[in-house]
Design a protein around this ligand. Structure first.
Ligand code: FAD
Length: 402
């Protein structure tokens, strides 16, 4: 392999470049990214950057040592593939870029709401800086979506003295991510921070001056922030012949497929990784589309190895954290098929956790201010071993296998 193109300059893109070089790839390497900035970290955007504590989150990478050409502010617009194993050409605003190995790392883009009014989303550093400038004391800030991003923006806006309202379609915060029962345990945090939380409210559109609600009525706002989820960036791949579903479909090594539907032919010279990839999890026996920093950090090692023709499989359990309303919230595992929920401590205390079990197997954990529990549980989840269901309900007993 002599010419590798990486499309997308987020964390997954830069980590793919680093992994290719560390694994001994010596050929030409080009990273194409639509943003004009060098790759930077996104988690601080809704935390330290909005809070005014940081303005630069650039990833520390030595681009000269990596011998990587950076095409910043350039966008891939299409993909032409040659015979399997023979590479192809990325069509881009910088011209045609031929390759014999391709890493797709175009991440995800925020979903927006209908309507002509100004709405902020938070994905890029430019958007974070623009929003921060508008979070002035007394400004009426309405946030649509009580998910991870919505809660973090509400935290920053309230700290900056804004009058904050969060409007959520579900009956609790975080219902989609952690389920309504656990999501409800976070609802009191909003009022404590002086944030009005309105659940069960559907938005019809954004107009200048605020929101129009689906059932009639409106919510007045100086600034509207929309945090209702993201979608993988795939449009430039349409018509390429790659198998696309909600993300770029890959095997457990991030190798893509050609064809309309699975099972399709593997395309080992094209890998997809990070927020844009729907990868096969051997652990869970289904495809996962994980929009988390930890996956963007660690999965490119495997994708790079696979592109270089080596055996490697990614089989980590998902991990995520969020900093909201003065609390560190961490989640590991997958509870989507779990049988039951066990509380570990009192959720009205500053520090508590919940675990999800199937039989005696620990499927997932959510911790609030209990990082040690998280680390211990992650080990048990990774090993797939069982726990003592009675002991795990006791916050004074370490999380360990039975
Ligand atoms: P991205 O970071 O989205 O990077 C993709 C890059 O590709 C972008 O620069 C994009 O402009 C570029 N691109 C897209 N299309 C093209 C194209 N056609 N041509 C060229 N370039 C293109 N995760 C956590 O686990 N914990 C957190 O606390 C947390 N906080 C977050 C806070 C915010 C505000 C955001 C936005 C995300 C947060 N995340 C968090 C999620 C985490 O940041 C993402 O999972 C991670 O950034 C994904 O990295 P990526 O490289 O796959 O995609």
């Amino acid at each position: 392999m002599d010419r590798v193109i990486v499309v997308g300059g987020g964390l997954a893109g830069v980590r793919a470049v680093e992994a290719l070089r560390s694994k001994g790839y010596e050929g030409a390497l080009t990273l194409v990214s639509a943003e004009r900035h060098r790759p930077y970290d996104r988690p601080p955007l809704s935390k330290a950057v909005l809070a005014g504590e940081s303005d630069d989150t650039t990833v520390d990478a030595d681009w000269d040592a990596l011998r990587c050409e950076l095409l910043l502010g350039e966008r891939a617009t299409g993909l032409r593939l040659d015979e399997p194993g023979r590479g192809g050409t990325v069509e881009s605003t910088a011209g045609d870029l031929p390759f014999d190995g391709l890493v797709i790392a175009t991440g995800a883009a925020p979903v927006t709401l209908p309507g002509e009014g100004r709405q902020h989303v938070l994905r890029t550093i430019d958007e974070a800086r623009d929003l921060r400038a508008r979070l002035t004391a007394g400004a009426r800030v309405v946030i649509v979506g009580a998910g991870w991003i919505g809660a973090e923006v509400a935290t920053a806006a309230a700290r900056r003295g804004c009058a904050v309202t969060v409007v959520e379609a579900a009956d609790t915060p975080l219902a989609g991510a952690i389920g309504p029962e656990v999501g409800a345990l976070t609802a009191p945090w909003y009022a404590e921070a002086g944030v009005e939380l309105r659940t069960g409210v559907k938005v019809a559109e954004v107009r200048d001056g605020g929101l129009v609600l689906a059932g009639g009525g409106h919510v007045d706002a100086d600034e509207v922030v929309v945090g209702v989820g993201v979608r993988p960036v795939l449009s430039w791949l349409e018509g390429s012949g790659l198998l696309l579903e909600r993300g770029v479909v890959t095997d457990g090594s991030f190798r893509t497929y050609m064809g309309e539907e699975a099972p399709a032919a593997l395309r080992p010279d094209v890998v997809a990784v990070g927020d844009c990839a729907a990868w096969w999890s051997h652990r869970y026996g289904r495809r996962l589309l994980v929009e988390h920093w930890d996956t963007a950090l660690n999965a490119p090692e495997v994708a790079a190895a696979a592109l270089l023709g080596r055996d490697a499989v990614y089989d980590a359990a998902p991990y995520f954290w969020s900093e909201q309303f003065g609390r560190m919230v961490q989640y590991a595992g997958d509870h989507s098929a779990s049988e039951r929920l066990v509380r570990r401590g009192d959720p009205s205390d500053p520090r508590w956790a919940v675990v999800w079990l199937t039989g005696d197997r620990l499927d997932a954990i959510l911790t609030v201010g209990r990082p040690r529990d998280l680390v211990q549980a992650r080990r048990v989840i990774a090993a797939g071993t069982s726990v003592d269901p009675e002991a795990i309900a006791d916050p004074d007993v370490p999380v360990r296998q039975a």
